[in-house]
Write a protein that binds this ligand. Structure first.
Ligand SMILES: NC(=O)c1ccc[n+]([C@@H]2O[C@H](COP(=O)([O-])OP(=O)(O)OC[C@H]3O[C@@H](n4cnc5c(N)ncnc54)[C@H](O)[C@@H]3O)[C@@H](O)[C@H]2O)c1
Length: 361
């Protein structure tokens, strides 16, 4: 068995590490016991993931002295709500999870955000170990300590920063994701390449067949790229105060607008982000901030990964432009987008309607 790749996250009040590897699920108990004393623990998962991976996790935790209780919620964004939190808190109470207890979040970003938030609020904060099982969660959502749930009025409106004691990601679990879900998660990895490692765009395109076939070695490299960039950025700006963390929003201004105009669920989040990343590269190239060739490099990478690069036919471009004004980065009604720069970095820029319309055309 090869040793996991280790990414230290030096943030207070809970410096920890992200472990990425192939075959880590059977070692969860051993790896968790290194960072939190074995105790009563809740393993929160959704029904899809639980059917596949709950048993080995419970077994491994028991073998290493934990007393785990499984809490399984229905799969999907609908579970990321206050009513599910009440259910989780009631189960924590019944199981006797005290301040020394631990919560394991076994699943995608929905489970990670939900279980992380319940851990942040239970007894004013108990240990959480994130065990992500989607590409998006391994490369992005499980890292950085953002937790939260949705309200009827909007996504992620209630939340807390709560750093995990450890993130343990086993790329072998990605084999049971659909090809489309693997591809969608990789859009965030492409974003990370655009932010900090442009040479990786070509490597991702070259590895596309292996990535889409969920070959562990290829996925480990891709997820490591995403995790390294996210760890670096959240370490510099753990509470989203300096503006550095906002760069992770590259591609999301148009992506979120497209999700809301097309209707949530019509496109995967990653598919909308892919279209948004191409649009951001076009705006940057049209302004002379980024080389013209960057647009082609990004589009070719997405095409290799079977991701869309343009708005679906029939999309109302003006509606997308209007929806981007509601983006949380807007100031005084002026749209601000993260744009990729020639030197390999990215920065926030004001973008007017005409520029964005031209980039979407
Ligand atoms: N906290 C953060 O920083 C952050 C960052 C980005 C996104 N998010 C959040 O993440 C959520 C999206 O996460 P997601 O894309 O992982 O979605 P998800 O958690 O809903 O998972 C997608 C689907 O895949 C299934 N699944 C998960 N792992 C599987 C596996 N290994 N095999 C088979 N099926 C599996 C799930 O049951 C679900 O049906 C959103 O709520 C978003 O707001 C949070």
């Amino acid at each position: 068995m090869t040793a996991p790749r280790v990414f230290p996250v030096n943030v207070e009040p809970c410096p920890h590490d992200v472990l990425l590897g192939d075959g880590l699920l059977d070692r969860i108990g051993e790896l968790a016991a290194q960072v939190t004393a074995p105790a009563v623990a809740a393993v929160v998962s959704d029904d899809n993931v639980a059917a596949l991976y709950l048993e080995p996790v419970l077994r491994s935790l028991r073998e290493h002295g934990f007393d785990p209780l499984a809490v399984v919620v229905p799969a999907g964004e609908g579970s990321k709500c206050v009513a599910t939190c009440e259910l989780l808190w009631a189960r924590f109470a019944a199981a006797g999870i005290d301040r020394h207890g631990a919560v394991f979040a076994l699943g995608g970003g929905v489970v990670g955000d939900l279980a992380g938030f319940c851990a942040a609020t239970w007894m004013r904060g108990v240990a959480v170990v994130q065990v992500p099982t989607t590409v998006l969660a391994m490369a992005d959502a499980a890292i950085g300590g953002k937790t939260g749930v949705n309200l009827p009025g909007g996504k992620n409106l209630v939340g807390a920063f709560h750093q995990p004691h450890r993130v343990i990601a086993d790329v072998a679990t990605l084999a049971t994701l659909s090809r489309r879900d693997v591809a969608a998660g990789l859009a965030e990895v492409v974003k990370c390449a655009l932010l900090e490692d442009r040479a990786a765009l070509g490597r991702l395109a070259a590895a596309a067949a292996d990535l889409l076939a969920a070959r562990p070695a290829a996925l480990l490299d891709a997820v490591s790229l995403g995790a390294a960039v996210k760890v670096g950025i959240v370490t510099e700006d753990p509470h989203e105060r300096s503006g550095r963390r906002a760069l992770l929003n590259l591609g999301h201004t148009v992506g979120h607008a497209l999700e809301s105009v097309a209707g949530y669920g019509a496109l995967r989040h990653g598919e909308a982000v892919a279209i948004g990343l191409v649009a951001a590269a076009r705006v940057a190239a049209a302004r002379g901030l980024a080389p013209e060739g960057l647009v082609g490099d990004v589009a070719r990478t997405f095409e290799a990964l079977e991701l869309p690069v343009a708005l679906p036919p029939g999309t109302d471009h003006a509606a997308i432009v209007a929806a981007t004004r509601l983006d949380k980065k807007s100031r005084g009604g002026v749209r601000r987008m993260v744009l990729p720069l020639a030197d390999g970095g990215a920065a926030l820029h004001d973008v007017d309607d005409a520029e964005l319309l031209a980039a979407l055309a």
